[in-house]
Design a protein around this ligand. Structure first.
Ligand code: DLL
Length: 438
Protein backbone atom coordinates (compact mmCIF):
# COMPACT_ATOMS: atom_id res chain seq x y z
CA UNK A 1 0.00 0.00 0.00
CA UNK A 2 1.56 3.34 -0.99
CA UNK A 3 1.28 6.43 1.17
CA UNK A 4 -1.55 7.95 -0.92
CA UNK A 5 -3.65 4.80 -0.56
CA UNK A 6 -2.96 4.70 3.15
CA UNK A 7 -3.84 8.36 3.46
CA UNK A 8 -7.17 7.91 1.70
CA UNK A 9 -7.96 4.88 3.84
CA UNK A 10 -7.15 6.74 7.05
CA UNK A 11 -9.16 9.76 5.91
CA UNK A 12 -12.31 7.80 6.68
CA UNK A 13 -11.31 8.03 10.36
CA UNK A 14 -11.49 11.83 10.29
CA UNK A 15 -14.59 12.28 8.15
CA UNK A 16 -17.22 14.90 8.92
CA UNK A 17 -19.95 13.11 10.86
CA UNK A 18 -22.79 14.29 8.62
CA UNK A 19 -20.96 13.06 5.57
CA UNK A 20 -20.30 9.79 7.39
CA UNK A 21 -24.03 9.40 8.03
CA UNK A 22 -24.73 9.92 4.30
CA UNK A 23 -22.18 7.29 3.33
CA UNK A 24 -23.56 4.87 5.92
CA UNK A 25 -27.06 5.38 4.56
CA UNK A 26 -26.01 4.89 0.93
CA UNK A 27 -24.34 1.62 1.86
CA UNK A 28 -27.17 0.47 4.11
CA UNK A 29 -29.78 0.90 1.39
CA UNK A 30 -27.78 -1.35 -0.92
CA UNK A 31 -26.93 -4.02 1.64
CA UNK A 32 -30.51 -4.35 2.93
CA UNK A 33 -31.82 -5.01 -0.57
CA UNK A 34 -28.97 -7.40 -1.19
CA UNK A 35 -29.70 -9.37 1.99
CA UNK A 36 -33.46 -9.49 1.36
CA UNK A 37 -33.15 -10.51 -2.29
CA UNK A 38 -30.28 -12.98 -1.98
CA UNK A 39 -30.42 -14.62 1.43
CA UNK A 40 -33.75 -16.44 1.79
CA UNK A 41 -33.29 -16.51 5.57
CA UNK A 42 -33.45 -12.71 5.80
CA UNK A 43 -36.49 -12.58 3.53
CA UNK A 44 -38.27 -15.11 5.71
CA UNK A 45 -37.38 -13.32 8.96
CA UNK A 46 -38.27 -9.86 7.72
CA UNK A 47 -41.49 -11.06 6.11
CA UNK A 48 -42.41 -12.64 9.42
CA UNK A 49 -41.69 -9.33 11.16
CA UNK A 50 -43.67 -7.53 8.42
CA UNK A 51 -40.85 -5.21 7.38
CA UNK A 52 -39.25 -4.69 4.04
CA UNK A 53 -36.01 -2.95 3.09
CA UNK A 54 -38.14 -0.10 1.69
CA UNK A 55 -39.54 0.56 5.20
CA UNK A 56 -36.08 1.62 6.26
CA UNK A 57 -35.88 5.17 4.97
CA UNK A 58 -32.89 6.41 6.91
CA UNK A 59 -30.33 5.20 9.43
CA UNK A 60 -32.85 6.07 12.15
CA UNK A 61 -35.18 3.35 10.85
CA UNK A 62 -32.67 0.55 11.21
CA UNK A 63 -34.20 -0.45 14.54
CA UNK A 64 -37.35 -1.60 12.69
CA UNK A 65 -35.50 -4.69 11.50
CA UNK A 66 -35.23 -7.83 13.62
CA UNK A 67 -31.94 -8.89 15.18
CA UNK A 68 -29.67 -11.72 14.19
CA UNK A 69 -28.45 -13.85 17.10
CA UNK A 70 -25.57 -16.29 17.35
CA UNK A 71 -28.13 -19.08 17.56
CA UNK A 72 -29.43 -18.08 14.11
CA UNK A 73 -25.98 -18.74 12.71
CA UNK A 74 -25.95 -22.13 14.41
CA UNK A 75 -29.44 -22.95 13.14
CA UNK A 76 -28.46 -22.12 9.56
CA UNK A 77 -25.14 -24.01 9.82
CA UNK A 78 -23.17 -24.29 7.65
CA UNK A 79 -24.12 -22.20 4.61
CA UNK A 80 -27.69 -21.06 5.27
CA UNK A 81 -26.94 -17.34 5.49
CA UNK A 82 -24.85 -16.97 2.37
CA UNK A 83 -26.06 -14.24 0.04
CA UNK A 84 -23.80 -14.78 -2.98
CA UNK A 85 -23.18 -17.75 -5.26
CA UNK A 86 -20.43 -20.11 -4.07
CA UNK A 87 -18.11 -19.00 -6.92
CA UNK A 88 -17.83 -15.58 -5.33
CA UNK A 89 -16.74 -16.90 -1.95
CA UNK A 90 -12.96 -16.98 -1.53
CA UNK A 91 -12.59 -17.80 2.18
CA UNK A 92 -14.48 -19.35 5.07
CA UNK A 93 -13.76 -18.79 8.74
CA UNK A 94 -15.44 -20.30 11.76
CA UNK A 95 -15.62 -19.70 15.43
CA UNK A 96 -16.26 -22.59 17.71
CA UNK A 97 -17.70 -20.92 20.79
CA UNK A 98 -17.86 -23.04 23.88
CA UNK A 99 -20.55 -25.52 22.96
CA UNK A 100 -22.36 -26.87 19.96
CA UNK A 101 -21.80 -26.30 16.29
CA UNK A 102 -19.37 -23.67 15.08
CA UNK A 103 -20.61 -20.62 13.27
CA UNK A 104 -19.36 -20.23 9.73
CA UNK A 105 -18.63 -16.92 8.05
CA UNK A 106 -18.01 -16.45 4.32
CA UNK A 107 -16.03 -13.73 2.57
CA UNK A 108 -15.90 -12.54 -1.03
CA UNK A 109 -12.66 -11.00 -2.26
CA UNK A 110 -14.14 -7.54 -1.65
CA UNK A 111 -15.29 -8.54 1.85
CA UNK A 112 -11.72 -9.53 2.67
CA UNK A 113 -10.60 -6.09 1.51
CA UNK A 114 -13.06 -4.40 3.86
CA UNK A 115 -11.74 -6.54 6.72
CA UNK A 116 -8.11 -5.89 5.78
CA UNK A 117 -8.72 -2.14 5.67
CA UNK A 118 -9.92 -2.28 9.27
CA UNK A 119 -6.69 -3.96 10.34
CA UNK A 120 -4.57 -1.49 8.33
CA UNK A 121 -6.35 1.42 10.01
CA UNK A 122 -5.85 -0.20 13.41
CA UNK A 123 -2.11 -0.72 12.92
CA UNK A 124 -1.59 2.70 11.34
CA UNK A 125 -3.44 4.22 14.30
CA UNK A 126 -0.91 2.70 16.71
CA UNK A 127 1.90 4.29 14.72
CA UNK A 128 2.97 1.13 12.86
CA UNK A 129 4.73 1.81 9.54
CA UNK A 130 6.39 -0.08 6.70
CA UNK A 131 9.64 -0.13 8.64
CA UNK A 132 8.12 -2.32 11.35
CA UNK A 133 8.41 -6.07 11.79
CA UNK A 134 5.21 -7.67 13.05
CA UNK A 135 5.45 -10.95 14.93
CA UNK A 136 1.94 -12.28 14.52
CA UNK A 137 1.31 -14.77 17.31
CA UNK A 138 -2.46 -15.01 16.87
CA UNK A 139 -3.48 -18.50 15.85
CA UNK A 140 -3.68 -19.13 12.10
CA UNK A 141 -6.56 -21.22 10.80
CA UNK A 142 -10.30 -20.89 11.11
CA UNK A 143 -9.80 -18.34 13.91
CA UNK A 144 -9.67 -14.88 12.35
CA UNK A 145 -6.82 -13.49 14.47
CA UNK A 146 -3.93 -15.00 12.51
CA UNK A 147 -4.98 -14.31 8.94
CA UNK A 148 -6.63 -11.01 9.89
CA UNK A 149 -3.45 -9.46 11.30
CA UNK A 150 -1.44 -11.15 8.57
CA UNK A 151 -3.40 -9.63 5.68
CA UNK A 152 -3.64 -6.23 7.37
CA UNK A 153 0.06 -6.11 8.22
CA UNK A 154 1.05 -7.17 4.76
CA UNK A 155 -1.29 -4.66 3.09
CA UNK A 156 0.26 -1.89 5.17
CA UNK A 157 3.69 -3.03 3.99
CA UNK A 158 4.94 -4.24 7.35
CA UNK A 159 7.25 -7.27 7.43
CA UNK A 160 4.98 -9.98 8.78
CA UNK A 161 6.39 -12.96 10.69
CA UNK A 162 3.55 -15.53 10.58
CA UNK A 163 4.62 -17.46 13.65
CA UNK A 164 1.06 -18.23 14.89
CA UNK A 165 0.41 -19.10 18.55
CA UNK A 166 2.42 -21.54 20.63
CA UNK A 167 6.03 -22.66 20.98
CA UNK A 168 6.69 -19.86 23.40
CA UNK A 169 10.41 -20.38 23.63
CA UNK A 170 10.70 -19.88 19.88
CA UNK A 171 8.49 -16.78 20.14
CA UNK A 172 11.08 -15.22 22.45
CA UNK A 173 14.01 -16.36 20.36
CA UNK A 174 12.62 -14.96 17.11
CA UNK A 175 11.44 -11.76 18.76
CA UNK A 176 15.03 -11.21 19.82
CA UNK A 177 16.77 -12.50 16.67
CA UNK A 178 14.47 -10.87 14.08
CA UNK A 179 14.12 -7.68 16.10
CA UNK A 180 10.32 -7.63 15.92
CA UNK A 181 9.00 -4.16 16.73
CA UNK A 182 5.30 -5.08 16.89
CA UNK A 183 3.70 -8.15 18.39
CA UNK A 184 0.11 -9.34 18.06
CA UNK A 185 -1.58 -12.01 20.18
CA UNK A 186 -4.07 -12.27 23.02
CA UNK A 187 -3.02 -10.27 26.08
CA UNK A 188 -2.99 -13.44 28.17
CA UNK A 189 -0.65 -15.15 25.73
CA UNK A 190 1.65 -12.16 25.76
CA UNK A 191 1.92 -12.49 29.55
CA UNK A 192 3.02 -16.04 28.96
CA UNK A 193 5.67 -14.79 26.49
CA UNK A 194 6.88 -12.26 29.07
CA UNK A 195 7.29 -15.02 31.69
CA UNK A 196 9.10 -17.23 29.20
CA UNK A 197 11.46 -14.39 28.24
CA UNK A 198 12.32 -13.95 31.91
CA UNK A 199 13.09 -17.62 32.26
CA UNK A 200 15.40 -17.33 29.23
CA UNK A 201 17.07 -14.22 30.69
CA UNK A 202 15.82 -12.12 27.78
CA UNK A 203 14.82 -8.64 28.86
CA UNK A 204 12.00 -7.61 26.52
CA UNK A 205 12.48 -4.01 27.64
CA UNK A 206 15.88 -4.03 25.95
CA UNK A 207 14.59 -5.47 22.65
CA UNK A 208 13.26 -3.33 19.77
CA UNK A 209 9.66 -4.51 20.37
CA UNK A 210 7.63 -1.36 21.06
CA UNK A 211 3.96 -2.00 20.22
CA UNK A 212 1.46 -4.74 21.04
CA UNK A 213 -1.88 -5.31 19.26
CA UNK A 214 -3.84 -7.21 21.87
CA UNK A 215 -7.42 -8.40 21.70
CA UNK A 216 -9.76 -11.36 21.15
CA UNK A 217 -10.55 -11.48 24.88
CA UNK A 218 -11.50 -8.98 27.59
CA UNK A 219 -8.60 -7.37 29.43
CA UNK A 220 -8.33 -4.55 31.89
CA UNK A 221 -6.32 -1.33 32.19
CA UNK A 222 -4.59 -2.94 35.17
CA UNK A 223 -3.46 -5.76 32.87
CA UNK A 224 -2.25 -3.14 30.38
CA UNK A 225 -0.09 -1.55 33.06
CA UNK A 226 1.44 -4.91 33.94
CA UNK A 227 2.23 -5.65 30.28
CA UNK A 228 3.61 -2.21 29.51
CA UNK A 229 5.85 -2.16 32.55
CA UNK A 230 7.16 -5.67 32.21
CA UNK A 231 7.78 -5.58 28.44
CA UNK A 232 8.55 -1.89 27.90
CA UNK A 233 6.00 -1.55 25.09
CA UNK A 234 2.77 0.32 24.38
CA UNK A 235 -0.11 -2.15 24.58
CA UNK A 236 -3.06 -1.30 22.33
CA UNK A 237 -6.49 -2.83 22.14
CA UNK A 238 -7.83 -4.34 18.93
CA UNK A 239 -11.43 -5.49 18.79
CA UNK A 240 -13.38 -7.65 16.41
CA UNK A 241 -15.45 -10.77 15.94
CA UNK A 242 -15.72 -13.49 13.33
CA UNK A 243 -19.33 -12.73 12.41
CA UNK A 244 -18.52 -9.11 11.50
CA UNK A 245 -15.15 -9.86 9.79
CA UNK A 246 -12.48 -10.53 12.44
CA UNK A 247 -9.95 -8.29 14.18
CA UNK A 248 -10.07 -4.65 13.11
CA UNK A 249 -13.73 -3.81 13.66
CA UNK A 250 -12.25 -1.18 15.94
CA UNK A 251 -8.98 -0.27 17.61
CA UNK A 252 -7.41 2.19 20.00
CA UNK A 253 -5.28 5.10 18.82
CA UNK A 254 -2.08 6.31 20.48
CA UNK A 255 -4.12 8.03 23.20
CA UNK A 256 -5.36 4.66 24.48
CA UNK A 257 -8.64 6.08 25.63
CA UNK A 258 -11.31 4.08 23.88
CA UNK A 259 -11.64 1.92 20.80
CA UNK A 260 -12.46 3.78 17.60
CA UNK A 261 -14.99 1.76 15.62
CA UNK A 262 -14.61 1.71 11.84
CA UNK A 263 -18.24 2.64 11.53
CA UNK A 264 -18.15 3.41 7.82
CA UNK A 265 -18.06 -0.40 7.43
CA UNK A 266 -19.44 -1.77 10.70
CA UNK A 267 -22.38 0.26 11.96
CA UNK A 268 -22.74 -0.02 15.75
CA UNK A 269 -25.83 0.31 17.94
CA UNK A 270 -26.25 -0.20 21.66
CA UNK A 271 -29.40 -1.90 22.89
CA UNK A 272 -30.82 -2.75 26.26
CA UNK A 273 -30.31 -6.54 26.39
CA UNK A 274 -33.56 -6.97 28.34
CA UNK A 275 -36.00 -4.72 26.48
CA UNK A 276 -34.03 -4.88 23.19
CA UNK A 277 -34.66 -1.17 22.70
CA UNK A 278 -31.89 1.02 21.22
CA UNK A 279 -30.04 3.14 23.78
CA UNK A 280 -28.48 6.55 23.10
CA UNK A 281 -24.71 7.09 23.00
CA UNK A 282 -23.30 7.29 26.51
CA UNK A 283 -25.44 4.48 27.91
CA UNK A 284 -24.14 1.02 28.58
CA UNK A 285 -25.71 -1.95 26.86
CA UNK A 286 -25.20 -4.71 24.32
CA UNK A 287 -23.31 -3.92 21.15
CA UNK A 288 -25.10 -4.68 17.87
CA UNK A 289 -23.46 -4.44 14.44
CA UNK A 290 -24.69 -4.06 10.89
CA UNK A 291 -22.07 -4.77 8.24
CA UNK A 292 -22.56 -2.05 5.65
CA UNK A 293 -20.49 -3.48 2.82
CA UNK A 294 -19.93 -7.17 3.28
CA UNK A 295 -21.76 -9.17 0.66
CA UNK A 296 -21.08 -12.89 1.13
CA UNK A 297 -22.86 -12.94 4.45
CA UNK A 298 -24.24 -9.58 5.50
CA UNK A 299 -24.96 -9.25 9.20
CA UNK A 300 -27.90 -6.97 9.80
CA UNK A 301 -28.30 -6.04 13.47
CA UNK A 302 -26.12 -8.82 14.81
CA UNK A 303 -26.22 -9.10 18.61
CA UNK A 304 -22.63 -9.44 19.78
CA UNK A 305 -23.43 -10.08 23.48
CA UNK A 306 -20.55 -7.69 24.26
CA UNK A 307 -21.34 -5.04 26.83
CA UNK A 308 -19.98 -1.56 26.32
CA UNK A 309 -20.78 2.12 25.87
CA UNK A 310 -20.42 4.20 22.69
CA UNK A 311 -19.47 7.84 22.77
CA UNK A 312 -18.84 10.67 20.34
CA UNK A 313 -16.77 13.12 22.41
CA UNK A 314 -13.82 14.19 20.27
CA UNK A 315 -10.59 12.28 20.79
CA UNK A 316 -7.34 14.27 20.94
CA UNK A 317 -6.24 12.31 17.85
CA UNK A 318 -8.93 14.08 15.81
CA UNK A 319 -10.70 10.93 14.65
CA UNK A 320 -14.42 11.55 14.29
CA UNK A 321 -15.58 7.94 14.22
CA UNK A 322 -17.25 6.86 17.42
CA UNK A 323 -15.39 5.28 20.28
CA UNK A 324 -16.44 2.48 22.57
CA UNK A 325 -15.27 1.76 26.09
CA UNK A 326 -13.36 -1.40 26.80
CA UNK A 327 -15.63 -4.42 26.48
CA UNK A 328 -16.73 -4.88 30.04
CA UNK A 329 -17.88 -8.43 29.51
CA UNK A 330 -20.16 -10.59 27.44
CA UNK A 331 -23.74 -10.93 28.59
CA UNK A 332 -23.18 -14.68 28.65
CA UNK A 333 -20.12 -14.29 30.93
CA UNK A 334 -21.99 -12.52 33.68
CA UNK A 335 -21.92 -14.50 36.89
CA UNK A 336 -24.70 -14.18 39.39
CA UNK A 337 -23.28 -15.05 42.79
CA UNK A 338 -25.87 -15.02 45.56
CA UNK A 339 -27.91 -12.49 43.66
CA UNK A 340 -25.02 -10.17 42.85
CA UNK A 341 -24.10 -9.65 39.19
CA UNK A 342 -20.40 -9.81 38.68
CA UNK A 343 -18.15 -9.88 35.64
CA UNK A 344 -14.76 -11.63 35.57
CA UNK A 345 -13.16 -8.35 34.43
CA UNK A 346 -14.18 -6.64 37.68
CA UNK A 347 -12.50 -9.37 39.67
CA UNK A 348 -9.38 -9.04 37.51
CA UNK A 349 -9.23 -5.30 38.19
CA UNK A 350 -9.71 -5.92 41.93
CA UNK A 351 -7.01 -8.51 42.31
CA UNK A 352 -4.47 -6.71 40.16
CA UNK A 353 -4.83 -3.65 42.37
CA UNK A 354 -3.10 -5.57 45.19
CA UNK A 355 0.68 -5.40 45.03
CA UNK A 356 2.42 -8.68 44.28
CA UNK A 357 -0.48 -10.36 42.46
CA UNK A 358 0.06 -11.73 38.96
CA UNK A 359 -2.45 -11.64 36.11
CA UNK A 360 -2.63 -15.44 36.11
CA UNK A 361 -5.91 -16.36 37.76
CA UNK A 362 -9.02 -18.50 37.41
CA UNK A 363 -12.47 -18.22 38.90
CA UNK A 364 -14.11 -21.42 40.05
CA UNK A 365 -17.86 -21.27 40.54
CA UNK A 366 -19.60 -24.00 42.52
CA UNK A 367 -23.07 -24.55 43.90
CA UNK A 368 -23.78 -25.78 47.42
CA UNK A 369 -26.32 -28.46 48.08
CA UNK A 370 -28.87 -25.85 49.18
CA UNK A 371 -28.46 -23.92 45.92
CA UNK A 372 -26.13 -21.14 47.05
CA UNK A 373 -23.32 -20.25 44.69
CA UNK A 374 -19.73 -19.81 45.78
CA UNK A 375 -16.81 -18.37 43.93
CA UNK A 376 -13.18 -19.14 44.48
CA UNK A 377 -10.44 -16.92 43.08
CA UNK A 378 -7.34 -18.98 42.40
CA UNK A 379 -4.31 -16.91 41.64
CA UNK A 380 -0.58 -16.83 41.47
CA UNK A 381 1.51 -14.27 43.25
CA UNK A 382 4.53 -12.89 41.43
CA UNK A 383 7.48 -15.21 42.17
CA UNK A 384 9.27 -12.55 44.26
CA UNK A 385 6.20 -12.21 46.51
CA UNK A 386 5.49 -15.90 46.81
CA UNK A 387 6.03 -17.28 50.29
CA UNK A 388 5.26 -20.54 52.03
CA UNK A 389 4.74 -18.90 55.42
CA UNK A 390 1.16 -19.39 56.57
CA UNK A 391 1.02 -15.88 58.06
CA UNK A 392 2.09 -14.22 54.79
CA UNK A 393 -0.36 -16.26 52.76
CA UNK A 394 -3.25 -15.39 55.07
CA UNK A 395 -2.45 -11.69 54.94
CA UNK A 396 -2.49 -11.75 51.16
CA UNK A 397 -5.68 -13.78 50.98
CA UNK A 398 -7.40 -11.35 53.31
CA UNK A 399 -6.18 -8.32 51.39
CA UNK A 400 -7.24 -9.71 48.00
CA UNK A 401 -10.59 -10.93 49.33
CA UNK A 402 -11.20 -7.48 50.76
CA UNK A 403 -10.45 -5.75 47.43
CA UNK A 404 -12.70 -8.17 45.51
CA UNK A 405 -15.52 -7.54 48.00
CA UNK A 406 -15.01 -3.77 47.83
CA UNK A 407 -15.20 -3.66 44.02
CA UNK A 408 -17.75 -6.37 43.31
CA UNK A 409 -19.74 -6.75 46.51
CA UNK A 410 -19.16 -10.50 46.64
CA UNK A 411 -17.19 -12.52 49.15
CA UNK A 412 -14.88 -14.85 47.33
CA UNK A 413 -12.66 -17.54 48.70
CA UNK A 414 -9.10 -16.65 47.71
CA UNK A 415 -6.56 -19.40 47.11
CA UNK A 416 -2.95 -18.59 46.35
CA UNK A 417 -1.21 -21.14 44.20
CA UNK A 418 2.46 -21.57 43.33
CA UNK A 419 3.80 -19.56 40.36
CA UNK A 420 3.33 -21.41 37.08
CA UNK A 421 0.42 -23.63 38.19
CA UNK A 422 -2.52 -21.83 36.51
CA UNK A 423 -2.77 -23.26 32.98
CA UNK A 424 -1.37 -20.90 30.31
CA UNK A 425 -3.20 -20.42 27.05
CA UNK A 426 -1.82 -19.75 23.59
CA UNK A 427 -5.04 -18.07 22.54
CA UNK A 428 -8.04 -16.93 24.55
CA UNK A 429 -7.56 -17.57 28.27
CA UNK A 430 -10.12 -19.68 30.10
CA UNK A 431 -10.80 -17.61 33.19
CA UNK A 432 -14.04 -19.06 34.51
CA UNK A 433 -14.57 -22.68 35.44
CA UNK A 434 -18.22 -23.11 36.17
CA UNK A 435 -18.75 -26.35 38.06
CA UNK A 436 -22.41 -25.71 38.76
CA UNK A 437 -24.72 -28.30 37.31
CA UNK A 438 -27.42 -26.08 35.91
O1 DLL B 1 -11.62 -12.82 18.70
C1 DLL B 1 -11.42 -11.70 16.58
C2 DLL B 1 -10.16 -11.05 17.04
C3 DLL B 1 -8.95 -11.62 16.79
C4 DLL B 1 -10.23 -9.82 17.70
C5 DLL B 1 -7.80 -11.00 17.19
C6 DLL B 1 -9.07 -9.20 18.10
C7 DLL B 1 -7.86 -9.78 17.85
P1 DLL B 1 -14.05 -14.31 17.85
O2 DLL B 1 -13.22 -15.50 18.14
O3 DLL B 1 -15.26 -14.47 17.01
O4 DLL B 1 -13.19 -13.21 17.11
O5 DLL B 1 -14.44 -13.69 19.24
C8 DLL B 1 -15.14 -12.49 19.30
O6 DLL B 1 -14.11 -11.95 21.42
O7 DLL B 1 -17.41 -10.80 20.66
C9 DLL B 1 -15.60 -10.32 22.26
O8 DLL B 1 -16.41 -10.96 23.21
C10 DLL B 1 -14.19 -10.88 22.35
N1 DLL B 1 -13.21 -9.85 21.97
C11 DLL B 1 -12.60 -9.66 20.81
N2 DLL B 1 -11.75 -8.61 20.87
C12 DLL B 1 -11.86 -8.11 22.14
C13 DLL B 1 -11.26 -7.04 22.84
C14 DLL B 1 -12.05 -12.63 17.58
N3 DLL B 1 -10.34 -6.26 22.27
C15 DLL B 1 -15.37 -12.08 20.73
N4 DLL B 1 -11.66 -6.82 24.11
C16 DLL B 1 -16.01 -10.72 20.85
C17 DLL B 1 -12.58 -7.61 24.70
C18 DLL B 1 -12.80 -8.90 22.83
N5 DLL B 1 -13.15 -8.64 24.11
Amino acid sequence: MNSDQLQSLSNADYINRERLREIQWQKLEVILKHAYNNAPWYKEQWDKAKVKPSDVKSMDDLHKLPFVAKQDLRDTYPFGLFAVPKEKIVRLHASSGTTGKPIVVAHTREDLEVWTHGVVRALAGYGVTQSDILQNAYGYGLFTGGLGLHDGGQALGVTVVPISGGNTERQVMLMRDFGATVVSCTPSYFLHIIDQAERMNVDLRKLPVRIGAFGAEPWSDEMRTVIEERAGIKAFDIYGLTEISGPGVGAECIHQNGTHLFEDHFYPEIIDPETLQPLPDGQEGELVFTTLDRFAMPMIRYRTRDITTLYTEPCPCGRTIRRMKRIKARTDDMLIIRGVNVFPGQIEAALLSVQGTSPHYQLIVTREFGGLDNIEVRLELLPEYFSDKIGDIETYQRQIGHEVARITGIHAKVTLVAPGTIPRSEGKAKRVIDQRKI
